[in-house]
Design a protein around this ligand. Structure first.
Ligand SMILES: Nc1ncnc2c1ncn2[C@@H]1O[C@H](COP(=O)(O)OP(=O)(O)OP(=O)(O)O)[C@@H](O)[C@H]1O
Length: 268
């Protein structure tokens, strides 16, 4: 891997020849990818292309079968114990749904983002007397849900639940956020809202953001770069406005029509 110049901070994500294998089969291979600090990147591609696996590789949840992966300057293959825990604290992960613990009120779910910053005793105490309540309130205000502090997740809509999960990211203060299909369970309007919220937070707080997106209508206007995966390989990368119908047809193959990608207003 090329060393970084001494006066330059390492890229938050730097993968050289990265591969991941399950049961001897490589589901990601030959991935070369660098993401700059503060960059907002959308990862697209057909089902099974390896998008989630790429996020797991970056988060240190999947070990590279080949190549090297540096996340926030750390070589993930060499991390264990405390250093791995520190990396996990600095990487925020947002899933498609079920981000919240149903038995815990919104305030506790939001404060889960502080767990990596607290000693165990304080974390346990917080379940009885929420610690750093003002921080939780401020984060909920940023997602316009300050009135839901004491609600249970079941009392919220799907979109509101995702906003609470974003508030948890706000209190976590990660340097890198990996959002894996964060809007796939939502309708287009709510999806747009969550993507705008994530990108706005990333921009204001200088956080690097990678979003795995199925809804390509949400690409324009939010992301600096699109990275396209197909069959475990990096197929294409460029700016959102460089996408074309031809490219999407090649990328998605049989899924192209099923996903109504032919209806997107893009150059041929
Ligand atoms: N734990 C696992 N064990 C074995 N194979 C796996 C495992 N996780 C993923 N795979 C396989 O790896 C490939 C990539 O999966 P991945 O979930 O990364 O794709 P994806 O692009 O995120 O797909 P989708 O858009 O459908 O979520 C798929 O062929 C999948 O079946």
């Amino acid at each position: 891997m090329k060393p970084f110049p001494a006066d330059q901070a390492p890229a938050p994500v730097h993968i050289a020849g990265g591969a991941v294998a399950y049961g001897g089969t490589r589901v990601l291979d030959g991935i070369d990818l660098s993401v700059a600090a503060g960059e907002r990147v959308a990862v697209i591609g057909p089902s099974g292309a390896g998008k989630t696996t790429l996020f797991r590789l970056i988060a240190g949840l999947a070990r590279p079968a080949a190549g090297r992966v540096q996340t926030l300057g750390q070589d993930t293959a060499r991390l264990s114990g405390r250093r791995l825990a520190r990396l996990r604290r600095e990487v925020g992960y947002l899933h498609q749904q079920d981000n919240l613990i149903p038995q815990l009120r919104v305030v506790h779910n939001v404060l889960m983002g502080r767990l990596g910053h607290w000693w165990l005793a304080r974390a346990l105490l917080s379940l009885l007397w929420p610690q750093e309540l003002d921080r939780a309130r401020a984060a909920l205000a940023r997602v316009e849900l300050e009135d839901k502090l004491w609600a249970l997740p079941d009392e919220l809509s799907g979109g509101q639940q995702q906003r609470v999960a974003v508030a948890r990211l706000v209190v976590q203060q990660p340097r890198l956020v990996l959002a894996d299909e964060p809007v796939s369970a939502l309708d287009l309007r709510l999806g747009r809202e969550i993507i705008a919220l994530l990108c706005d937070l990333a921009q204001r707080d200088g956080v690097t953001l990678l979003v795995n997106l199925h809804t390509l209508d949400l690409l324009q206007g939010h992301f600096d770069r699109v990275v396209a995966l197909r069959a475990g390989r990096l197929f294409w990368q460029g700016r959102p406005e460089e996408l074309s119908q031809h490219l999407l047809r090649e990328l998605y193959g049989a899924e192209y029509r099923a996903l109504h990608l032919d209806e997107m207003a893009l150059p041929a």
